[in-house]
Design a protein around this ligand. Structure first.
Ligand SMILES: *[C@@H]1O[C@H](CO)[C@@H](O)[C@H](O)[C@H]1NC(C)=O
Ligand SMILES: *[C@@H]1O[C@H](CO)[C@@H](O)[C@H](O)[C@H]1NC(C)=O
Ligand SMILES: *[C@@H]1O[C@H](CO)[C@@H](O)[C@H](O)[C@H]1NC(C)=O
Ligand SMILES: *[C@@H]1O[C@H](CO)[C@@H](O)[C@H](O)[C@H]1NC(C)=O
Ligand SMILES: *[C@@H]1O[C@H](CO)[C@@H](O)[C@H](O)[C@H]1NC(C)=O
Length: 547
């Protein structure tokens, strides 16, 4: 597809005009695979200094991480000066970095690493300084700052989003301006310096970054910070947020799920493993952000898993995609690799170790030769299912070759907008655009019932749900970046079905959410009801019942 021949502009709820997905990536010649490296923020926040940077860079090398690909060594907040110099140039904090940034860059380069600079697409940078003193930002000074950072030795730029609206508006998750031009200005400034620089956009997913950042940056943050505090709930929040945008990952342009928490306290080893495997297979940058002085063996075992690193660095650059959620039980995600094989990540949502059976059909195959990417063991040929013991919140990560594809059944679709649909409580139809409308305001007492569904010979049926859920969040909530619907067939016992985001505006449909529902009777007199007594559900466009 040519990027210019479709893409009608549409107006979001914020009243801002976005362009629909480009198929191109920033063509700056580098960052063709996700960046790997080290950043201080998750462990040291903005409280950094020269000695600490030296130690951290040395540790990256001493632990053998650089030779596995972790080569971008970065500054984060806290290195900058408070005032520009007499000719408007960027400055550093001479107390924290007495030898200066160029000397630090030389030190880093001397270790065989690449050097990352951190700045901000705002009037100031993110800070914990308080009062009226603020670290410098680069908004309006992109040209001089890109040139300065380049002279200092920059190979990578992380570009944050604080004070983007005004010098007094620290963090705005719903800014009244478009952020895209801020990021384009720095992209263009970087293009004018004669130096390859990986460009990392960090605007926390605000204004649905994935839908416009491909031609601008090598990666873009999709969510608010992973921490602090470090905990499993952040992993859930971020995984739900990447569901509608996995298709935007491609060579040179990647979803950034935020820096790694591997090695930091707050998650079990199994949770850290799931976090790392998911990030690797979603083609997120892999940025270590822990203190590498005396790391635990488990930390190194995770970070140094060469099979997962190879998945992350696979030249196809395709992310795993959401395939199936068994609510409160397990998720199945899968995607292709350059050699024609499939990688699958299965997440155990249950907080206990247990036997878990994976239906290979959820991965999209009926059989394949499998390797366990955590252990490297060959699992031989799998057919139809695979059962293994998985730790609490742990994962199965499989590479499958010589696969035979699985075909979903065909579905008969029933739009909620049909005249035979009944709404109750506050539920109401909502027009999305000229072609579709949805049942909205479902939940919190409102419900929608579709009638006249063909149950075939009855019993349990596979159902495919098309819905809209744009209820995205910057903090952890009861259902972070997801909504629960209670789904009932023929008025029977309701089943809780958890549906992740479909996008960040209320006109992007998620198509094909699969759930098995029991209680169908034979013939064409079945009903499905969506409700939730105490929370909102998604808006429902249509339901397909397997033939
Ligand atoms: C750019 O830097 C100059 C100082 O050299 C400052 O006066 C100006 O406000 C900065 N631009 C913006 C948009 O902050
Ligand atoms: C100000 O900073 C710029 C960029 O580092 C540098 O080129 C210039 O020499 C500095 N000017 C003064 C007066 O220090
Ligand atoms: C998981 O279970 C462990 C042990 O029972 C408990 O300490 C921990 O808080 C639980 N984790 C979550 C995220 O609920
Ligand atoms: C209406 O929205 C749906 C779901 O996002 C989309 O697939 C369809 O192309 C849209 N139709 C028009 C006319 O914009
Ligand atoms: C359809 O089901 C309803 C109850 O759900 C029942 O009242 C009605 O008689 C049924 N109609 C037919 C034609 O079976």
């Amino acid at each position: 597809m040519h990027p210019l021949n479709f893409n009608p502009a549409f107006t979001s709820l914020l009243g801002l005009v976005y362009l629909l997905p480009y198929t191109v990536a920033l063509d700056n010649g580098i960052g063709r695979t996700p960046s790997m490296g080290w950043n201080p923020y998750n462990v040291f926040l903005c409280d950094t200094n020269e000695a600490q940077y030296h130690t951290a860079a040395q540790n990256l090398v001493n632990n053998g991480l650089n030779s596995l690909g972790y080569q971008y060594f970065m500054l984060d907040c806290g290195w900058q000066g408070l005032q520009r110099n007499a000719t408007g140039g960027f400055t550093w904090d001479t107390t924290r970095l007495p030898s200066g940034v160029p000397a630090l860059a030389s030190f880093v380069h001397g270790l065989g690493l690449k050097f990352g600079v951190y700045s901000d697409a705002g009037y100031f940078s993110c800070d914990f300084v308080g009062g009226s003193a603020h670290w410098l930002g680069s908004l309006g000074n992109e040209t001089i700052d890109a040139a300065t950072f380049g002279e200092w030795g920059m190979d990578y730029l992380k570009y944050d989003n604080c004070y983007a609206v005004s010098p007094t508006d620290f963090v705005n998750y719903n800014p009244p301006i478009q952020l895209q031009p801020h990021y384009e200005a720095m992209r263009d400034a970087l293009a004018r310096i004669n130096r390859p620089v990986v460009y990392s956009i960090c605007n926390w997913g605000v204004q649905d970054t994935a839908r416009w950042a491909g031609p601008i940056g090598n990666s873009w943050r999709i969510s608010n910070d992973i921490g602090p505090p470090n905990n499993w709930n952040n992993i859930i929040r971020i995984i739900n947020q990447v569901v509608p945008i996995t298709q935007f990952a491609k060579p040179g342009a990647f979803n950034d799920l935020d820096m790694l928490e591997v090695g930091n306290s707050g998650m079990t080893v199994a949770e850290q493993e799931t976090h790392f495997a998911f990030w690797a297979a979603a083609k997120s940058p892999l940025l270590i952000s822990t203190d590498l002085t005396n790391p635990a063996q488990a930390t190194l075992d995770i970070l140094k898993n060469t099979r997962l690193i190879a998945v992350n660095q696979d030249r196809l650059g395709a992310s795993i995609a959401f395939k199936r959620r068994y609510t409160n039980d397990h998720d199945v995600w899968a995607g292709p690799l350059a050699d024609g094989s499939t990688v699958a990540v299965i997440i155990n949502w249950v907080n206990s170790s247990r036997s878990l059976t994976v239906d290979l059909g959820d991965i999209g195959i009926t059989s394949g030769i499998a390797t366990d990417l955590w252990t490297g063991s060959s699992l031989g040929t799998l057919r139809n299912t695979y059962t293994a013991t998985v730790p609490a919140h742990g994962s199965l990560v499989l590479k499958l070759t010589n696969t035979t594809p699985f075909r979903l059944p065909s579905f008969t679709y029933y739009p909620t907008s049909s005249p035979s649909t009944s709404l109750s409580g506050g539920a109401a139809f909502r027009t999305v655009n000229s072609t579709i409308s949805v049942a909205g305001n479902v939940g919190n007492g409102g419900s929608v019932t579709l009638t006249g569904l063909d149950g075939g010979s009855g019993g349990t049926k596979l159902v495919s749900i098309d819905y809209i859920n744009a209820d995205f969040t910057m903090t952890n909530t009861a259902c972070s970046n997801c909504r629960n619907a209670i789904v009932s067939v023929n008025g029977g016992v309701g089943q809780t079905v958890q549906m992740p985001l479909s996008g960040q505006s209320w006109d992007i449909v998620y198509s094909g959410y699969l759930v098995s529902l029991s209680g169908f009777v034979s013939g064409k007199n079945n009903t499905i009801t969506f409700s939730n007594p105490n929370a909102w559900t998604p808006d429902f466009y249509r339901v397909g019942v397997a033939n």
